[in-house]
Design a protein around this ligand. Sequence first.
Ligand code: NAD
Ligand code: DAU
Length: 377
Amino acid sequence: MKNIVITGGAGFIGSHVVRLFVNKYPEYNIINLDKLTYAGNLANLKDVEDKPNYKFVKMDICDFDAFYQLMQDEQIDGIIHLAAESHVDRSIKDPFTFARTNVMGTLSLLQAAKLYWESLPEKYEGKRFYHISTDEVYGALEMTHPEGIEPPFTTTASSSEHHLAYGEDFFYETTKYNPHSPYSASKASSDHFVRAYHDTYGMPTIVTNCSNNYGPYQFPEKLIPLFINNIRHRKPLPVYGKGENVRDWLYVVDHARAIDVIFHNGKVAETYNIGGFNEWKNIDIIKTVIATVDRLLGRPEGADLDLITYVTDRLGHDARYAIDSTKLQKELGWEPSLQFEEGIEKTVKWYLENEAWMDNITSGEYEKYYEDMYKNR
Ligand code: NAD
Ligand code: DAU
């Protein structure tokens, strides 16, 4: 493989994948295809934009003709597809945009890739369509052990102190799909289309389902960057419901490393779960983030705990996500590289040191969106 399109490369995870591929594989041509929606930001890629093996193309994944032309012009061998509408709260307010981009956009890429690859003498030989999906397609797990129990799995990623599981069940690659939000329903639908292109046409596809990512360059509508920024400015921290929902957190660079391993060594038509075996209740994460920001800003311990503000719960809020990534660890030898506390420390430091990046996003239109969102709750 030589010519690779990464869709959604100007977003949070996509920018880390682009950076990794551009730096690690000078022999590849990496094309970052992104529509630059509110979530796309070329400032995420300043450090690689002048590299000779990198090119940015502004394009909507729903534009079939443009993408089919690009496949031909650039003789694309591999597609790593991350472009999506990704925020659950937005999907509750505006589900149509999610169906358009996540379902129709993915279908459009699949069909263009099919037509181009099937026109070549070698057909699908040496080609790959890798679709990045989420653990949310599996639905929600029950919190059978709210106080936490010893987990059945071990990993280098979770802190020994916090390594508890909040239930006995996990999401496996074989878990039945049961999405609840318009976002996860749209991602589930796109996953089905990708698998259908393998089963019907023989396209070499791979799907991965990953848990919650955190780290630098995440848009500050998501829990961790939003709260870091609000603590910095001493603004209220809107905790949904009782703050007891559980998510399984993975440092974004570890997700990008997994994508690299799977793109190169994963088996066609397989699904791999990616996760950190690192379950946290929201309220515990929030307290850790407050303590870290306060310490790094030299504020007294506990100074900002009073910013915690319990607000109306998210509609259909999934109780618990927990990924079993044993298959990926055993078959492909990937494992997370960071303990959670190290990852949070790095993340908080990054946001505090990159105020200009954050201020650029949070001023203007986004500020209005954010205020409306909480006025209407
Ligand atoms: P993000 O919202 O930060 O970035 C999405 C990117 O896609 C943006 O650059 C945006 O401009 C681009 N985009 C949106 N619509 C487009 C369109 N129609 N055409 C072209 N580009 C378009 O998202 P993220 O958090 O980086 O997530 C990336 C992918 O990973 C998504 O598919 C998401 O479902 C999946 N995922 C995310 C997480 C997470 O925790 N963030 C976890 C698992 C899986
Ligand atoms: O699990 C993977 C998914 O993780 C990805 O597929 C999504 O693209 C990504 O956005 C993320 O979804 P979540 O809904 O879990 O992430 P979010 O950061 O929006 O919320 C994390 C938890 O924090 C969730 O239980 C809701 C809660 N929350 C979130 C926000 C933004 C709050 O309590 N207050 C908030 O203001």
